[in-house]
Structures are given as C-alpha cells and as structure tokens.
Ligand binder design. Structure first.
Ligand code: IVH
Length: 668
C-alpha cells in the first residue's frame, strides 16, 4: 500500500468512527453494533501504530468517548476513567493471561464479573457521605450529576457499618431494568415521543435529564465494581467489593474468583445464555486480576488497565420472515435499505426492522420477499440480517430488487465506482438531504445551536421557512414561536444561540458546511493551513493534496463542493451574516513554520503547559505530533513521570530528548 493510500484509509476510518460516535453519544441512535465499532477502531489503532507519522490528537483512538453535556457542571476525575480492552475469543483471553504471566512469576487469582451494559458513574464519598457523582465524560472531565444520582434508590447516600476510608471513590454502572425500559417506552409511544433504542440509551438519557424528578420516576438501578482510593480495606478487589456490600452498595451476586484462565472460560460459557435471565442488560464478562498490588505492578496503558480485560459475547440470533423492504435517504443522500420483519423476540426485545446496509448485501444474501431470515443484534442496537434460509423459499418468490429512483424526490439514483451505497444526487432538492445538512450544521460539534433540533428543523422546513442553512439566520421570532410545541421562550433561545454562533471558530464553521469527507479533523487542518474560506474556495487539487493528511478523495470533494455556484452563494450569504470565515487573530499570530518537517512525541506531565496545549503548539508551528517512537521521530518532549520504556527506546534510537523549556525556546 502506498503512503497516500494508508493516509486516506486512516482519514476515512477516523471519519467513519467520528460519525458513529456522534450517532451513539449525541443522537443516542447507534448506527452500528459495538462489535463492528470495535473492529473499525482496532483497524485504525493498528494503522496508526504502524504509521505514527499520521498521529492526530483528535483521532477517535485518542479518546474514550464523551458524554459531556454543557448543562451540567464539568469536573475533573480524581483518577481518569479508563476503558477496558475488548476480546471476543478464548484465544484472545489466553493471550491476555500469557502477557500477565510474562510480567510476573507470582501466583495470582482472577475475578470474573458480569459486564453490565449501562452508563458508567463514579461516586466520591467523604466521611461516609455521598459527596459527588460524576459521569465518565471524556474520561478526564465528567458531568456532575449528583442531584440526579441521589434519586437512585440503590445508591447509599450515607454508608452503613464501619471500616470505610475517609475518602474514596467507587465506580459502577447505572442501569435501567428491562421491565422499566418497556414501561417507559410504552408511555413514550402513547405520548407520541420516540421510544428509546435500548435500555442503555434510556439509562444515560435519564441520567442526563435536567429534572431530577424525571430521574426519580424512572427507577434506575446501579451495580458497583471498582473501588479507588488510599487505605482501602484489603489488597483484594473482591474482598473490597464484599466490604462495599456491607456499607450498602449493590454488588453483583454473580461475581466469582477463578484460579486460572480455564476457570475463566468456564465462567464465560456458563453465562452465555444464563445472562438473559437477569433483570438488566449485560454484554460480556470482565476479567480482573484480584490483587491490587499486582494490579498496580501491571499498570495501565493510556486507555485501559493491563490487569483487566472484557470478553464480549457474540450477538444472539433469531429467525423470522421478511415482509418488505423500505428505503431511507440520509443526510448525504445515501439510500439505506431497511427490512420490515415479522416481529420476533431477540435478546430481550421485539425486533420488527433490520438494516440491510446496501445493494451488495441484498445481492449476496440473495434475498427474496417472504424469505425466512436470520437476524442478529449486537448489544441491543439496530439488528441486521445475517443469513437466509433458501430451502423454505416459495418457488415464485420475487428477488428483492434495489430501487432505481429516490423514494423522497424521485431522482434517479447513482452509484459511484468503488462505493457500496446508492446515492440520490439531488443534493439541493431532496428534502431529507436538505434537512440533514441543516441538522449537521446546528449540531453540537458544529455550530452548536441551542434549542434547535431535528424536530424543529423538520417543522421549519415543512412550513417553508427555511430552505438552506443561511435561511436560519433570517428567521424572525414570530415565525418560530407560532410553530407547534414552541413558544416565545424557545424562539428567543434559538435566536440568541444563532446570534452567538457568529463567534464559533472558523474550523467549526467549515465542518458545519457538511462537505463530504471534511470531518472535524480535516476541517481543522484545512482551516489552519489555508487560513480563510477564500483560499480554500480557490485552492486547486494540487494545492489541497500538497497539505499533509489531505488525500485525493478529500481534495476532490472540496473542489466539487466549491465548483457548485449554489454553494459559493451560500457561503457568501453566511459570510454576510457574520459567521467566522477565517481563523482567529490569536491562532494567526501564533502560527509559524519553525517545526516544519519535525515529528515530536510528548510523554509525561508538564509544569507550564498541559499536554493538549503543547500538542496544539506543535501543530501551530508546523510540526507533527506522533504517539509512538520510531526512528523517524525528531524529538521526545519529556515531562515528569515519563515511562522508563519510552526513555529507553528514545535513547536506543538516538532520538534527542528535550524538556518543556527546550521546546518553548525552539518555538519562541
Ligand atoms: S471495570 C479500569 N467492571 O465497561 C476498568 N467495568 O469497557 C474499570 N463495565 O467503563 C471498569 N461492567 O462502564 C468494570 N464489572 C465491570 C463492568 C464494567 C460494566 C463497563 C464500565 C466501563 C466499561 C469498560
């Protein structure tokens, strides 16, 4: 593979993962299963590890996912909330076991726990009183949801018994039991609200509710599985959990100690089916080294502990009948076929629809109307059809034939070479595409327009009040307040937020335009390199591809966007409305090419600047951040507490090690 290809592949994977993250965390509408997400993520991790020159601090591999909500106060976790590395086979578990055994000669025990599928929470207790409850957030900062958490009956506000440390943290999973999930969804459907996709989304949605009374009504539950702090009762994880149970915490009764990896495998097999009898959702098993001192010795990587691993169960299957196929048109014009099925119970919920992804999948399945099909659900997400039982097919059954025209606007569909999806090319005239562009534009990571959501966009569009994103800035208060379910208050909030969006930085505006393949990262690169919209508009393919990390596909897409007169006029109107169309003064002033051509790896903690700030400085001065050392690394920027292995490797490869002050001198 050529460098360019790898680079494009990395960019594409990042883009896809960003989209999936957004669907999952922001829209609460996952588009793929955890398993599929993990496969993509692992692929990206591998490519990034092999090609450190393409490191990007904003890559989806660099974060654990975020559920930050600006309505809550954000607080720093005392200990970062790491995630677990996943495994899907016995073999991977045995590898995990081997790795630990290579690091220690000591005899040790594992603890096997159910992996609860809810939303994680960290509780701080001071002198036996619940002090604060923080969501995971991005792992470093989380939302303070104490008021909401206090409504959860199974969480002790005041600890019982004795022996608890003066200060400690306990982490666990907040869950909505299946029975409550069904009850809430029934209520929602009766009230015309969209049902929650699964108990996990319902739990996290509820926890983030602005009204703690709503939380109280929804009978959340919580299981705890991790204690942190000094002066913990014992050196055993399980023993500490047993102590926590005495203090009033809900600890799973299904945790077991295992002497070796064979016993772990037996535990996993035992729960494969049995877990469906539980009142709450689980998606796997967590295997932990029991001894805290051994845990500490084994340590953690940037993202997950070396002393624990998750085993994720394969999705469960069921068979049912294909009734019909409908087609949905998305924001990008991509047409997704959806199978309508005879309702069937699968992993605790009733399935009526399944995604078919694209025409190739339909063809490969050789799908016919009325077929008996096998559906699979990966972690209670949109199920998919994974197989067809052709032996029971009616001889006259009709093959499913992919539609030729857009179901929304009638335009003939196109399929680009090398792409799986069919597209409706009528970008500017196809309603879901127009609305989708607007939804993207107002999104949290884009213009972040408060009070506007998909539903309001829908109403405004259907009323003929907006036809494109620039129209948003011409809305008048009375036009909004007359809409169903909106009033003066919401209208004011929307207008205020639109007004404030004039200050949203250029890179976000560029992202908000919704140019294909220009995700957050690419928008940032383009903004920082080309400085303003005019330069981007007029940049040639050569000029674009000359930029590090901008491949042919992105460049072509940018060119295509700006070769459309309508788009140029749109941008012109946005400019007139006062949106930021160039990078801010400060970024401009701080730019230089002093580090051009240099790749730098940052490690450790620093006194004058945060790691993120240092990374930004590297980028602003034309340098590149990398995450692992190779012979091509120019410098190791070393702070305090830097890992000995990194230092050793740098010395071995003769890579100059510089301090924060050295670095600041370099750019000053
Ligand atoms: S231990 C540093 N134990 O899974 C490791 N996590 O993928 C801390 N989870 O963020 C986590 N059940 O939300 C642990 N028995 C269990 C768990 C569990 C569910 C969740 C938790 C965590 C995620 C990691």
């Amino acid at each position: 593979m050529t460098t360019k290809n790898i680079q494009e592949q990395i960019a594409e994977l990042r883009h896809q993962l960003d989209e999936h993250n957004y669907n999952y965390y922001v829209l609460s509408h996952p588009s793929i299963s955890d398993y599929e997400f993990d496969i993509l993520l692992k692929e990206l991790e591998k490519l990034e590890a092999e090609n450190p020159e393409f490191f990007d601090s904003n890559s989806p591999t660099q974060r654990v996912g975020s559920d930050l909500n600006k309505e809550f106060e954000q607080v720093r976790h005392q200990y970062p909330m790491l995630s677990l590395s996943n495994s899907y086979s016995e073999e991977e578990l045995r590898d995990f076991d081997q790795k630990i055994r290579k690091l220690t000669d000591q005899n040790f025990e594992y603890v096997c726990e159910l992996k609860y599928d809810g939303t994680s929470i960290s509780l701080q207790y001071k002198n036996g009183i619940l002090f604060r409850a923080i969501t995971r957030g991005d792992g470093t900062l989380g939302d303070d949801v104490t008021a909401n958490v206090k409504t959860i009956r199974s969480i002790p506000l005041k600890l019982k018994g004795t022996g608890f440390p003066d200060e400690f943290e306990i982490r666990g999973e907040i869950l909505l039991p299946f029975s409550e999930f069904e009850r809430i969804n029934q209520d929602r459907e009766e009230e015309g609200e969209a049902p929650f996709a699964n108990p996990r989304n319902a739990a996290s949605g509820t926890l983030k509710s602005q009204k703690s009374s709503v939380v109280a009504e929804r009978k959340l539950d919580a299981y705890f599985y991790y204690m942190l702090g000094e002066n913990l009762p014992t050196d055993g994880h399980l023993e500490n959990m047993m102590a926590a149970r005495e203090w009033g915490f809900k600890i799973s009764p299904d945790t077991e100690k295992c002497g070796n990896i064979d016993e772990v495998v037996t535990f996993i097999r035992k729960w494969n089916q049995k877990r469906y009898d539980l009142p709450v959702a689980t998606d796997g098993i967590v295997i932990k080294v029991n001894s805290l001192s051994l845990q500490q010795y084994l340590g953690t990587t940037a993202k997950s502990p070396r002393w624990a691993i998750a085993y994720k169960y394969k999705a469960e299957q069921a068979s049912t009948i294909l009734q019909s196929v409908s087609y949905q048109v998305g924001r990008t014009g991509a047409v997704t076929p959806v199978a309508n099925l005879d309702p069937v119970l699968l992993a605790g919920t009733t399935v009526k629809r399944a995604s078919l992804h694209n025409a190739d999948i339909i063809k490969n399945l050789d799908l016919h109307m009325g077929d008996t099909v096998f559906v699979e659900k990966g972690g209670e997400i949109i199920p998919k059809i994974v197989g067809v039982d052709a032996t029971t097919r009616h001889p006259m059954a009709q093959a499913v034939d992919f539609i030729r025209n857009c179901p929304e606007c009638g335009t003939a569909l196109i399929r680009k070479e090398g792409e799986a999806a069919h597209y409706c090319p009528n970008e500017d005239g196809c309603p879901p595409q127009i609305k989708g562009k607007m939804e993207h534009f107002i999104g949290r990571k884009a213009m972040n327009i408060d009070g506007l959501g998909a539903e309001t966009i829908d109403l405004l569009y259907n009323e003929g009040l907006i036809r494109n994103i620039a129209d948003l800035y011409e809305l008048r208060k009375e036009q909004i307040s007359q809409l169903e379910r909106l009033g003066d208050k919401s209208a004011e909030r929307i207008l205020k937020s639109l007004d404030e969006s004039r200050l949203v930085p250029f890179e976000k505006v560029l992202f908000a335009l919704g140019i294909r393949f220009v995700g957050e990262t690419v928008a940032k690169i383009l903004a920082n390199r080309l400085i303003n919209i005019e330069t981007i508009e007029s940049a040639s393919l050569e000029e674009l591809t000359a930029i590090d990390e901008i491949g042919g596909r992105i460049a072509e897409s940018v060119r295509l966007y700006f070769s459309n007169q309508g788009n140029i006029q749109l941008v012109e109107r946005l400019k007139e409305k006062g949106l930021q169309m160039q990078i801010d003064e400060e970024s401009l002033a701080n730019r230089s090419e002093k580090l051009s051509g240099l790749t730098i790896i940052i490690s450790g903690t620093f006194e004058k600047n945060s790691r993120d700030d240092l990374k930004k400085m590297i980028e602003q001065n034309g340098g590149k951040n990398v995450s692992s050392i190779s012979k091509n690394t120019s410098y190791l920027l070393a702070g305090n507490n830097i890992g000995p292995s990194k230092l050793e490797k740098a010395e071995k490869l003769n890579i100059p090690i510089i301090s924060e002050d050295d670095f600041l001198k370099m750019i000053d």
